[in-house]
Design a protein around this ligand. Sequence first.
Ligand code: SF4
Ligand code: SF4
Length: 420
Amino acid sequence: MGSVPGPAHLGDLYEKSLDCVHCGLCLSTCPTYRETGRENSSPRGRIYLMRGVAEGRIPLSDTVVDEAFLCLGCRACETACPSGVQFGAMLEETRAEVENRGARRGAPVRLERIGLRVVANARVLHAAFSLLGLAQRFRLDRAVLPLLPRSLRAAHAMLPSVPPAADRAPLPEFTPAVGEVRGRVGFLSGCVMSELFGTVNRATLRVLAHNGFEVVVPREQGCCGALHAHGGDATRAQQLLRHNMRAFAGVDTIVVNSAGCGASMRGAQDWLPGEGAAYASKVRDVSEFLDAAGLRAPAGRIDARVCYDDPCHLVHGQQVAAAPRRLLEAIDGLELVAHRDAASCCGAAGIYNLTHPDMSAAVLDRKLDALAEADPDVIATGNPGCLMQIRGGVAKRGLRALVVHPVELLDEAYRAGHAG
Ligand code: SF4
Ligand code: SF4
């Protein structure tokens, strides 16, 4: 990896690859293997390729690069693996190596890099969403749609309307607790969450406050760097990580409501060995945090059948599956309905639905089949990419379910209790 510090050392990649004993138990859980049936597109096949690259036996050819980026990074293989393979870390190391050697080229790759630069800068991102909001309001986005590349047209179909300015305004720097104070936490407002899911962020603050927690939202925080780490931009991922480490230095716990951000922040020690560990240990998904703290039971009811859908970066990346279900079950009237594909990827995977629209759509289709079968009133999932992807899929299929973040249901139940 040359001058870039962090996880992308081929010796480290080689060491990690030795954990794989080639048993194949992960294959049936891998969305890209399920779609293609190709060994190279399976976890075991990819590990073979990555190990070959680390040993210098296999060149960093188009096949290796294509497979490294066809992988969704969903980490379902980690959950299935009895041997403790750290697939997510290996994948990020490989992608960083690909970027470092300039092995990925072409217009879509340049577009992707521009997009990631925009995401890294909160002001530029805010301006970009303001422009998009204007274009949506005057339907200019539809006018230019035929001129856009296919991947951007597919992304447009998933993109929600940009919310009004009030929802995109900065969160209060301090939210007081309601009732007896149980503690103080920091909150990651996030880049995409702030622009497209401001209402979810505000609901999260209210739910934390209602549970007795003071919430600090450091003004100087920025993007967590997850998308950059997934895309192989090690340098920028490390810069963003360091920036937020300083921003959150004053709190012991950082609550996150975006599973992708939380998983990446929890992997900080891989990117910044030594200094990243303390930061990583502070991070908690909001569901895990409230469940561990002991949820104050909501007084209001929600009469609805709800399917909870696990974001990959929560269930596989952070091993959090029971906590969000327990929180939802604490709401009176709410019936939690299982569906058979809850822990599989929805195909959003960061910007995967932009870079690999066909595979993303095929992966989403399986999920929608399972959800259509369960026929819930509401689908709850705790990650912005999953919210957009599943909402887009539900609309396209004509399913009747609302798609929301679990904290929105908790917030609604607390509000209904107050109103009652
Ligand atoms: S991360 Fe997901 S897509 Fe990639 S190899 Fe593992 S299971 Fe397959
Ligand atoms: S990654 Fe794990 S489950 Fe998959 S083949 Fe290797 S050892 Fe087996």
